[in-house]
Design a protein around this ligand. Structure first.
Ligand SMILES: *Cc1c(COP(=O)(O)O)cnc(C)c1O
Length: 387
């Protein structure tokens, strides 16, 4: 039997037009509401500024993001240097940290959940509470992260302006709750950027409304007022947020926590990223809590310096009108026709970083984070050069 190999003919493919391929670009995959999102206005990292200015990072005075110039207690550096298990995933429940927080706050650990900064918890609250198109109230001027996270979560922000002394306007808040039917309201005490606090009467009035109240206490240690963490046992519509970033000096390690009613926290445990707090962050936060004397001294030093800076700004700078603050920063109205952006830029060239505000919510202001006494002296010397 002879096998004949088939003869291979070269066949020309028929010349027909292929259907026009639709070429997708990266843009086509992105959710429509995110295409309109403007990025969060983060502050310039000081390494970037220092290379721009040709200065060493340690020579830059960073008073633009309310970090503690004293940093964390020495126990934190020690504990981080001795990390034994950085290669093992962290405890998803942050048991050790929550136990210490419970001891320190008097609120049992079942009400407490930790996060990668309070910022993560703000986003987690929104992801758990807001459907796309739902509404949420903020009271500007305030922390702009709330509005940013709402936009990321496709929720709508309803703004209820504050009174001219930055206190909350409860009548306007009540109207807005009835008219707009928001799911939640974000309140901040002391408020960033002005440093005003919310009294019990005002908070109780707002807690009566049919809305979830998120009370952000990022700066509560500086206020001389008690935390409302315990209140979550009595108010099922209250969440209280705290952080290690400000007074405890751990902004770079990202660790915050919240107090939640039992009826809410169970869902948050399900929805959160399992390993949201890193091993280093939990170890550092626990170590910081081990030195309450250090934390108390830092708080007292910053409060004392806040008062000194306030009086110097008030009495010696003709173009700034500072507001009394219960936090570790001072907001100043810029007067005498001076420009806040120019002030910030001129101080930046001298190696002094501050915040300026020139938006619809807050026009013509600058904010100084309170630093060490020598930082106050530099502020005053630099401002004199601008007069
Ligand atoms: C700084 C700040 C936070 C952020 O805290 P992290 O724990 O660093 O995320 C939250 N709320 C307000 C009002 C702040 O100013």
């Amino acid at each position: 039997m002879t096998s004949t190999l088939p003869t291979v003919h070269s066949v020309e493919p028929p010349v027909t037009e292929l259907p026009q391929q639709v070429r997708l670009t990266g843009d086509d995959f992105i959710r429509p509401h995110l295409k309109k999102l403007s990025p969060y206005q983060a502050i310039l990292p000081f390494e970037v500024l220092s290379s721009q200015l040709g200065m060493k990072p340690e020579d830059i005075i960073k008073l633009d993001a309310n970090e503690s110039p004293y940093g964390p207690p020495p126990e934190v550096y020690e504990a981080l240097g001795q990390l034994k298990f950085p290669y093992v995933y962290p405890d998803p429940e942050c048991r050790r940290l929550r136990e210490l927080l419970a001891e320190q706050s008097g609120l049992e650990s079942e009400y407490i959940l930790a996060g990668c900064g309070a910022d993560e918890l703000i986003d987690l609250i929104m992801r758990c509470v807001l459907e796309p198109g739902d509404k949420m109230i903020v009271c500007p001027p305030t922390f702009t992260m709330y509005e940013f996270d709402a936009a990321v979560n496709a929720a709508l922000t309803v703004k209820v302006r504050r009174n001219s002394d930055f206190s909350l306007n409860t009548d306007l808040i009540e109207d807005a709750v009835r008219r707009e039917k928001p799911k939640c309201i974000f309140l901040t005490t002391p408020n960033n950027p002005d440093g005003s606090v919310i009294d019990d009467e005002t908070l109780l009035k707002i807690l009566e409304l049919p809305v979830l109240v998120v009370l952000d206490e990022a700066y509560i240690e500086f206020s001389g007022t008690e935390s409302r963490m315990q209140w979550v046992k009595n108010y099922e519509n209250l969440i209280v947020l705290r952080t290690f970033s400000k007074r405890a000096g751990l902004a770079g390690l990202r660790v915050g926590y919240g107090a939640f009613p039992q009826s809410i926290i169970k869902y948050f445990w399900r929805a959160k990223q399992p390993y949201n707090v890193s091993v280093a962050a939990e170890v550092a936060a626990c170590a910081a809590l081990q030195n309450p004397t250090y934390l108390e001294n830092v708080k007292n030093a910053l409060i004392q310096e806040r008062e000194r800076l306030y009086h110097l700004l008030k009495n010696e700078v003709p173009f700034l009108n500072p507001f009394p603050s219960r936090s570790n920063f001072i907001l100043c109205e810029v007067t005498a026709g001076k420009n806040p952006k120019k002030i910030k830029e001129d101080l930046g060239k001298m190696g002094l970083m501050i915040r300026h505000y020139d938006s619809k919510d807050l026009r013509n202001y600058v904010r100084f984070t309170v630093g060490k006494p020598e930082h106050t002296d530099v502020i005053m010397k630099c401002l004199q050069l601008l007069s």
